[in-house]
Design a protein around this ligand. Structure first.
Ligand code: C2E
Ligand code: MG
Ligand code: MG
Length: 633
């Protein structure tokens, strides 16, 4: 009566998938549990389908109750499988984490209703009846195909609505398996005697397996560890539920070690380490993220200290790859409960930056507590936010620090120094935000804001009354590389009616990277009337002859050079001063903190002095209040 040709092959393929599924590492993700549910439900459905069909054929040899129970089991499995296929689309689209739970419950109502009706068939004969004449479909049998199409339709709606959440390939796969199920249901209606629906379900399972559940998608190719994608998925899911703790481990100087031992050996080493971690710490999930970076993801109370100790001890012995003993050193980063509530991107970024810097840290830092790094990164992110906010709201502040003229014994100029504030209104020093601004390109905006505000200050005050003959503005190397810089600055000068020679631009030696471009820029800015000072001389790769090729009118000796001189009175500083004097550039000494320093540097021949001894950098208003009446500090 029924055609069973498809039953056994389908069952065998399912068993093979199950075998593979269980023999490889799996993440305890909701999605994976749903998939396992589908596999088991499919097996039960195939078996009950087969048995109930056989029972219907041989009803005469069996009791009515047996035929009833077998059919009932089939209907329940069949209906539940429909729902589980639907749930897989929901889980893959990560819908339930964002939406309220009741929606999940509501989505189960049709299937529960259908199952209740099926169960009631014992008494009502709604879906089927079994009597002495055998099995008969009931008036409510239509619930089965209706439920199937209802859930497939609902799955399509969700997939289309949430299509941005996954890659086109994954969306295509979700659509694909639901289409296969829809076709299977149609075929089942058209050819009810072929038990072919199970085969279509199997095809759907294959699509799911290949596009979502294949262990290779989640494991690193270097061993038994899970990969970055698995790590992100797991954090995504855990973050919604419970706090966790991460112990990150990086092989120090990974790239150098890879160069020394060779790629193949190193890969073996990575596999050995993954296996070791996997066996040693079953309470954790082990991930291999990239370039020598591992993470152990465990419960909130994970004893990272103990684990670190044990791992360090193991690393004292070599890892035996086939042709070489690998001697490697680990460094660690801990990420605790405090970041559990952060976004996954942020946790992963923080961890990777921390691991990178831990991996490069010099010997003295090996094994050192890394929470300081995490803190530094947190601070960096906070600084970045404050910087963006300040730039957007035009809230970059400009502080002024006076320059003292040795010859005339009075304040002659000031340096404009950028300041921003954090969310609590606390000042953030430039050495924190300038490097960030330089990295992400905001430095151009920042520099322009400082320049504009300095010009406005000059326009709004009679700066001669403040004792100022000019104001120094710092120019970042990145700004120097912008070809439209001269035009932009000149436009601002014109806007505020400020003569160009009122501004001295400070550039650092490090900025002299692309010499020809810089020379071009400096020349065009000089044509516009700007003057140049060389900042922080002596802090980098100082090159005296290079100074000659640029039209600097002033060289600022870096405060380290100045302080060195007071630690040990060698001839470097006096020699430098002499050399610059011969080159006809004026000299400013930075970092003057005491009267003794001021006197000594004046005696050596410095023209200008700058430092806390005269004044710290202060807000423009304070500067006006302090020096307003040509007061000499
Ligand atoms: P810089 O241009 O060398 O500025 C001098 C730095 O030395 C200032 O630090 C100043 O506060 C500090 N300083 C001055 N006298 C003393 C002293 O007696 N003792 C000590 N310990 N420090 C002293 P600040 O304001 O923190 O700025 C640091 C650096 O940030 C500046 O070094 C400059 O390179 C950069 N910067 C500041 N504002 C800007 C800006 O608007 N654009 C660019 N591109 N860089 C800026
Ligand atoms: Mg400067
Ligand atoms: Mg300086």
């Amino acid at each position: 009566m029924w055609n069973y040709n498809y039953v056994l092959p389908s069952l065998l393929v399912l068993v093979i998938i199950l075998f593979y599924y269980f023999s490889r590492p799996r993440l305890p993700l909701r999605l994976n549990k749903t998939f396992l549910g589908i596999l088991l439900l499919d097996i039960f459905t195939i078996i009950t389908d087969y048995l109930s069909s056989r029972a219907c054929e041989r009803y005469a040899e069996l009791s009515v109750a047996t035929v009833n129970v077998l059919n009932m089991a089939f209907f329940i499995c069949f209906l539940t499988r429909i729902y589980w296929f639907y749930l897989f689309s929901v889980d893959a689209l990560k819908i339930y984490y964002a939406k309220p739970r009741w929606k999940g419950v509501v989505s189960g109502v049709p299937i529960l209703f259908a199952e209740a009706v099926a169960l009631s068939s014992f008494f009502t004969g709604a879906v089927f009846t079994v009597d002495a004449a055998g099995y008969h479909r009931g008036p409510w049998y239509f619930l089965l195909p209706v439920c199937s199409f209802l859930y497939i339709f609902q799955a399509f709606v969700l997939i289309i609505r949430n299509r941005k959440r996954l890659s086109p390939f994954e969306i295509g796969s979700l659509m694909g398996y639901n289409t296969i199920l829809a076709i299977g249901n149609l075929v089942r209606i058209l050819m009810p005697k072929y038990l072919i629906m199970n085969t279509f379900c199997l095809l759907a399972i294959l699509v799911i397996y290949l596009s979502f559940e294949n262990p290779d998608l989640y494991t690193s190719d270097r061993g038994t560890a899970f990969n970055m994608r698995a790590f992100q998925d797991m954090l995504n899911e855990m973050g919604q539920k419970k706090p966790y703790r991460i112990l990150g481990m990086v092989l120090r100087d990974y790239n150098d070690e890879r160069g020394i031992y060779g790629g193949a050996q190193m890969d073996q080493g990575i596999a050995l380490i993954s296996q070791y971690l996997y066996k040693q710490y079953p309470e954790c999930l082990v991930f291999y993220l990239r370039s020598g970076c591992f993470t152990l993801l465990g419960p909130e109370n994970l004893d990272c200290g103990r684990i670190r100790g044990e791992i360090e001890e193991r690393f004292e012995k070599p890892w035996n790859a086939s042709d070489a003993d690998l001697y490697l050193t680990p460094a660690f980063v801990e990420v605790g409960a405090e970041v559990s509530k952060e976004s996954v991107d942020r946790v992963v970024n923080t961890l990777l930056i921390a691991l990178d810097s831990a991996g490069k840290a010099d010997e003295g830092h090996a094994g050192q507590e890394r929470s300081d790094i995490i803190q530094a990164i947190d601070q960096q992110m906070e600084t970045k936010r404050s910087l963006e906010h300040a730039l957007e709201m035009d809230e970059v502040e400009v502080f002024l620090q006076p320059l003292y003229d040795v010859k005339n014994k009075r304040i002659i100029a000031a340096e404009a120094l950028a300041r921003i504030r954090d969310m609590n209104g606390k000042l953030i020093p430039p050495n924190l935000f300038i490097p960030i601004a330089e990295k992400n390109g905001h430095i151009n905006l920042l520099g322009e804001q400082v320049f504009r505000k300095t010009c406005r200050f000059i326009r709004d005050h009679v700066i001669e009354d403040l004792g100022l003959a000019w104001v120094n503005v710092n120019l970042s190397p990145i700004q120097c590389m912008r070809s439209d810089l001269p035009q932009r600055f000149s436009a601002i000068l014109r806007e505020y009616g400020v003569p160009a020679d009122m501004i001295h631009l400070e550039i650092t030696e490090a900025s002299i990277i692309d010499y020809s471009l810089l020379q071009k820029q400096v020349m065009s800015l000089r044509k516009e009337g700007f003057q140049f000072a060389l900042d922080d001389y002596g802090s980098g790769y100082s090159n005296l002859t290079r100074v000659k090729h640029y039209p600097f009118i002033n060289v600022k000796l870096d405060m380290e050079v100045v302080w060195d001189y007071f630690r040990e009175r060698d001839t470097l500083l006096p020699t430098l001063v002499q050399a610059f004097r011969q080159m006809d550039v004026t000299i400013t000494a930075e970092g003057i903190e005491t009267a003794e320093m001021a006197e000594a540097l004046a005696a050596l021949g410095c023209d200008y002095l700058q430092g806390y001894y005269y004044s710290r950098p202060i807000p423009m208003d304070d500067f006006v209040a302090k020096y307003g009446k040509k007061a000499v500090s």
